[in-house]
Design a protein around this ligand. Sequence first.
Ligand code: DQA
Length: 147
Amino acid sequence: MQKKIIVLNGPNLNLLGTREPDTYGTTTLDEISALVATHATGHGLASDFRQTNIEGTLVDWVQEAGKSADGIILNAAAYTHTSIALHDAVSAIETPVIEVHLSNVFAREEYRHHSFISDVAAGVICGFGATSYILAVDALAAMLRNN
Ligand code: DQA
């Protein structure tokens, strides 16, 4: 059966394209969604791509993906640095989660250096702009091939 990955995006990522382009680039979230879909198809994976500004919705989606998806790519945006609820949701599921960030959070403000996701994620990719998502698809595809 075809394996499925789901990409979950948190607050303000709907503004990509115009939001702080020096930090996040000019690629829109719709463009990233299209790139991910094409790349996932190339790996033989089905994909779903979502964005919300609401923390609880991200928690709901992580729980849902824990049952319905084989792998998760999570850019929790600012909730990365604040959300114990998301940490607990990722801990509660077996499905592997790759944490991604467009920017290199370690080269930015100190409050972005801590993530509540990293210690429960399968891996972390940050700093490559939209390519972070593509690298995460490659990482999940490799993990799922070995399963
Ligand atoms: C981000 C980094 C976070 O620190 C920030 O709050 C974001 C985006 C990134 O993709 O670089 O909204 O997750």
